[in-house]
Ligand binder design. Structure first.
Ligand SMILES: NC(=O)c1ccc[n+]([C@@H]2O[C@H](COP(=O)([O-])OP(=O)(O)OC[C@H]3O[C@@H](n4cnc5c(N)ncnc54)[C@H](O)[C@@H]3O)[C@@H](O)[C@H]2O)c1
Ligand SMILES: [Zn+2]
Length: 686
């Protein structure tokens, strides 16, 4: 990025700026891969405009200030716009009161004095997407084109057809020719969802919604475009022919477009004078974060089409419209460090520490880097200049690195495991990243301070230890006050301490103590589930309890033994093993037992005979006494496997009432068919 060169002469500086702007324009408009945040680009652009205003002799016809957008890509068929697609002037005073200056300018140009009535205006959102022109002939969508350089755009009809909200056929009595102009964009939630999915799959993410929209529309493969969720909002028009009663104000035109079935954003107003605009500016600024899509500001337009014609155009901009921007949602800043945070579920998230930057209306000093692969893909290093995005209520994130600004002494490529020496930065337990997972995790779930609240809430939940009255608010209080650090502390709570907490009546404190006392008598399955071991849900906890009978056998079970448990595969077995290999986790388990948590242990099931070992069974129809789940559990406990469809490899089909095609198939293949009684008899042999 070119820094202002204070010693350059205006002519030299203008040349520098034009070259830099041309480079950024190409990346942004042609390649859909911006190299700098808009705020930086806008600063360069304004500087050039200022030089050209101060030194008109330096203005060249090929200056970026004299034209719109970028050259169309040769891969697309060119579309010559019957009415050019222009830009909009962005004012420097973009405070709400800035609207008064626009009003004054309009009044001056129209030769109105202070005694004349106010001019009517219309105000809309300034969508941050890609401008598109939709051509309808006799109500049918016949062509969709990008803005391109304003004169010639790209034919993107196939891709635009995949956008659900763009009508292929207009409703009502549409004019013979209607060119609708508007913006294609990606809603924030769709963008987040798309990126989350990509991250999970280890695939590249979209830089921002604007880019996602532009990149999708300018896809050569409509099938790819169709997978990207896009939206469209109309805000204007180009060529019109054969419209008998065409409205004569901008707002009535938008209303008419809406009646044709075109999407028009509801956030729009019209009314007299600057105050209409000032109010809209303030209202939208407050609502910006909660809008479903990104906007970069608001647009003010003179409402009367006759007055618009009178005011006309200047350079590449209409005189009757102006844009006021809000604080940028993307800014560049420097990475001064990369921290790793431990989330409440043990997930490790790399976070960039930043030189403070004002973005999206707040000062940001931290931005998420999501996960290790993401840091590597973006190649973010300490010392880099990065683009940071903060839009809506989403946490700020690092979008990309400005590689051209990378210093020679930049840090090493990021390696999470090495950075942490394999240990959770909060509790020192081992960290793991399972196959197919994007995140590293701390395995010290019972002990890790970062996971305390989550661990307690899970432990107390209804299907775990079922401790009534121990909800989120109370857990927050107990942990924040330092009263409960690890689970066994729960059993050391006394009435005095509890009743001293905010809003805790003595009665409810006593109830809680009673619930805690009652929870000490439990089952092994509940206790195992309550520990919150990753991948050990209720069903697996029950299987483990049944298979091993007692806790000690599980604590030390080698992987091979864990793998013998029905439905426990390598990932689950490893997760159990790693969990109990953490000394801190074991300590907590021992302390819980010492506090009196107990259950009755049974003979280990794994030593029992397995009459169905190696057999494959299929269940069909309704059995007289066993539910489908019970039958499955019993068969699995006896070493059998239950599958969904009958084949030659099936050993038995267990058929109940209303058995259908599976029974027929079994008979056809000559597979032995059992009823419930016969199944129970087989099981009883164990
Ligand atoms: N980051 C970069 O490197 C880089 C490079 C080039 C351009 N840019 C950015 O692109 C923009 C450049 O200008 P531009 O001419 O493309 O757009 P602009 O900001 O000058 O405004 C014109 C565009 O606004 C859009 N618009 C949205 N809502 C509208 C509404 N209600 N009514 C009318 N128009 C509406 C239309 O698409 C129209 O084409 C700037 O924001 C600039 O920061 C960034
Ligand atoms: Zn930890």
């Amino acid at each position: 990025m070119t820094q202002p060169d204070l010693f350059a002469q205006p002519a030299e500086r203008a040349t520098q700026l034009r070259a830099e702007i041309a480079r950024l324009d190409h990346a942004y408009y042609v390649l859909d891969a911006p190299l700098a945040p808009d705020a930086d680009y806008d600063a360069l652009f304004r500087e050039l405009q200022q030089i050209e205003a101060d030194h008109p002799e330096l203005r060249t016809p090929d200056s970026p200030t004299q034209r719109v957008g970028g050259a169309p890509l040769p891969e697309f068929a060119p579309v010559r716009h019957a009415v050019p697609m222009l830009s909009i002037q962005t004012e420097t005073d973009t405070t709400p009161e800035g609207a008064a200056a626009f009003d004054q300018r309009v009044r001056n140009r129209l030769g109105l004095s202070a005694d004349d009535p106010p001019v009517n205006y219309c105000a809309e959102l300034k969508f941050d997407g890609l401008a598109i022109s939709l051509r309808y002939e006799h109500g049918q969508l016949v062509q969709a084109a990008t803005r391109g350089d304003g004169e010639t755009g790209e034919d993107v009809t196939q891709n635009v057809r995949t956008i659900r909200s763009v009508p292929l056929q207009l409703r009502g009595n549409a004019p013979a020719v209607l060119e609708v102009r508007g913006e294609v964009l990606m809603k924030r939630a769709d963008f987040e969802r798309y990126n989350a999915r990509q991250r999970d799959k280890g695939l590249p993410t979209l830089v921002n919604p604007r880019n996602g929209a532009a990149g999708s529309i300018r896809q050569l493969d409509p099938a790819i475009a169709a997978q990207r969720p896009l939206a469209f909002y109309a805000y204007g028009w180009g060529e019109i022919a054969g419209w008998a009663q065409q409205p004569d104000t901008h707002h009535a035109m938008l209303d008419a477009l809406e009646t044709f079935g075109l999407p028009v954003a509801p956030q729009r107003v019209h009314g007299p004078g600057a105050q209409t605009l000032i109010d809209f500016h303030a209202r939208i600024a407050a609502a910006r974060d909660s809008l479903p899509f990104d906007i970069d500001g608001v647009v003010y337009k003179v409402d009367s089409l006759a007055l618009q014609r009178e005011l006309g155009f200047r350079n590449r901009e209409p005189v009757w419209a102006v844009a006021h921007k809000y604080p940028a949602q993307e800014r560049s800043t420097k990475v001064i460090g990369i921290d790793i945070q431990v989330g409440r579920t043990g997930k490790l998230t790399p976070v960039a520490k930043l030189e403070p930057v004002f973005v999206g209306g707040v000062t940001v000093t931290n931005a998420t880097l999501h996960n290790e692969d993401e840091v590597r893909r973006k190649d973010v290093r300490v010392g880099d200049t990065v683009i940071v995005r903060r839009a809506g209520d989403v946490i700020p994130e690092v979008v990309s690195v400005v590689l051209s600004a990378r210093p020679a002494d930049v840090g090493e490529p990021f390696d999470l495991y090495q950075r942490l020496g394999g240990q959770c930065p909060v509790c020192g337990s081992a960290i793991v990243r399972e196959a197919g997972e994007a995140d590293w995790r701390c395995t010290g779930g019972l002990f890790c301070a970062a996971q305390r609240k989550q661990a307690i809430l899970h432990y107390a939940s209804r299907r775990a230890m079922d401790i009534e009255g121990l909800g989120e608010k109370l857990v927050d209080q107990l942990v924040d006050a330092g009263i409960v650090r690890v689970l066994p502390d729960l059993y050391r709570l006394g009435l005095l301490k509890l009743a001293a907490l905010d809003r805790m009546a003595e009665k409810s404190a006593a109830n809680l103590l009673q619930a805690l006392q009652a929870s000490k008598t439990t089952t092994l399955a509940r206790f195992l589930y309550a520990l919150g071991i990753r991948h050990v849900g209720e069903a697996t906890a029950k299987d483990l309890a049944r298979h091993f009978g007692g806790l000690d056998a599980i604590l030390d079970a080698p992987l091979e033994q864990l793998l013998e448990v029905p439905d426990v595969g390598p990932v689950v077995a490893q997760s159990i093993r790693t969990f109990f290999d953490q000394p801190h986790n074991r300590e907590v388990v021992e302390q819980l037992r010492a506090c009196g948590v107990h259950w009755s242990e049974a003979a280990p099931d794994r030593d029992a005979p397995k009459p169905l070992a190696g057999k494959t069974l299929v269940l069909t129809g309704t059995l007289p006494t066993l539910s489908r789940e019970e039958a499955k559990a019993r068969i699995e406990a006896a070493g059998g496997k239950v599958v969904g469809s009958v084949s030659k490899k099936t050993d038995y089909v267990v058929a109940g009432a209303e058995a259908g095609s599976k029974l027929a198939k079994a008979q056809e293949l000559g597979v032995t068919v059992l009823d419930e009684a016969e199944l129970l008899k087989l099981l009883a042999d164990s």
